[in-house]
Design a protein around this ligand. Sequence first.
Ligand SMILES: Cc1cc2nc3c(=O)[nH]c(=O)nc-3n(C[C@H](O)[C@H](O)[C@H](O)COP(=O)(O)OP(=O)(O)OC[C@H]3O[C@@H](n4cnc5c(N)ncnc54)[C@H](O)[C@@H]3O)c2cc1C
Length: 393
Amino acid sequence: MVEMSLEMKEKRDHLLRESAKKIASTKVAKRAAEIDAEGVFPRDIAELFFQQGFLSVMLSEEYGGMDGDITAFCIIAEEIAYACGSSSLMILAHSVGLMPLMMGGNDEQKKRFYERVAKDHALAAFALTEPEAGSDAASLKTTAVLEGDHYILNGSKCFVTNGGAADLYAVFVTTRPGERTKGISVFMVEKDTQGVTIGKREEKLGMRGSDTTDLIFENAVVPKENLVGAEGGGWELAMMTLNLSRPAIGAQAVGIAQGALDFAIDYADKRIQFGQKLADFQGVQFMLADMAMQVEAARAVVYKAATLLDQKVYERDRMSAIGVDKLSAMAKCFASDAAMRVTVDAVQILGGYGYLKDYPVERMMRDAKVTQIFEGSNQVQRVIIARNLLRRA
Ligand SMILES: Cc1cc2nc3c(=O)[nH]c(=O)nc-3n(C[C@H](O)[C@H](O)[C@H](O)COP(=O)(O)OP(=O)(O)OC[C@H]3O[C@@H](n4cnc5c(N)ncnc54)[C@H](O)[C@@H]3O)c2cc1C
């Protein structure tokens, strides 16, 4: 990969932000309410994102990608989330699904799966959570047993974002049951694999156009060439993936919050009560000022974490040495808590109209909620931060 100067990177990031903003405002924004109301995965938007290169960030440059540049990933997530949370979540889950491969895959695997993404527009997903293994992901029960040239997978995953729409899944299993983190391995599994079925599609509070499903493995036959990294190396790849992706969840939260704030500002500047604009009441001005401070502070920590990760500090030892895992957790946790507060306040500023589906802020509030839950709940992020502060393994 050619090293980019700081100036070139800033220019690239600026152009990327402008292009994501344009796609968000001209194409995605007008579909957002419909996507939410129908609760159907927007395939037209997925195709648009493939064409724009928004789903190639994790690919190496020879496939038109950005070699996993986290700042670029955050910019796209933020700008698309400004218009539509569900659409940005599609990008997040796809990129997160490719991260174990990006960090742990061999050249043959990267070529094979990157080609599927670049040429066939294959969508990816990340399957870690199980019904009995949420925050305690290391207790997962899905097994993989080597039989000749294949592993046989049995078990089920839940809450898989892009579940039914994806073509490729990064699936975390145990190859040594009972050994928790030491027994976890990760496979790239293709959708049409014998023994793999898509299970229940969830009805959700928010992110309603995101496809959230179960994924079931019944004697699923996966070639041993699809094992990413070493047997037992899956936990480390999962943790490295989450460290890389959490700033992008934070960026998504920033985008949602900025969307709600901007809408509330416009509304307050137009709505007249007591013979004056809402925006002329100091009580409303103070709310807007607090909302704006939270959005800016969240954006700052998100891009600080992203910048550190882009210095390729995500090799495990260096990552904990400089506290990137702490900063990554802070970015996700702070930004998602901010987004929840800001979107609730945006609804408040619109009064009764904020509670109606005629206006986008109630959707933004519902979409913001899950950013506090997935990719490790915000309680789990606080555990990571505190552990780091207290220097415990
Ligand atoms: C819309 C959506 C999309 C998702 N997408 C994906 C995906 O693509 N891939 C995937 O693998 N997973 C996905 N998830 C799953 C998500 O990551 C989990 O829901 C999350 O990690 C929490 O697990 P849980 O739901 O089992 O909650 P639990 O682990 O049961 O936690 C319940 C509550 O207890 C708290 N809690 C748990 N442990 C502790 C602790 N040690 N200290 C303090 N509090 C604690 C939690 O913070 C939470 O408030 C998704 C979830 C949702 C809702």
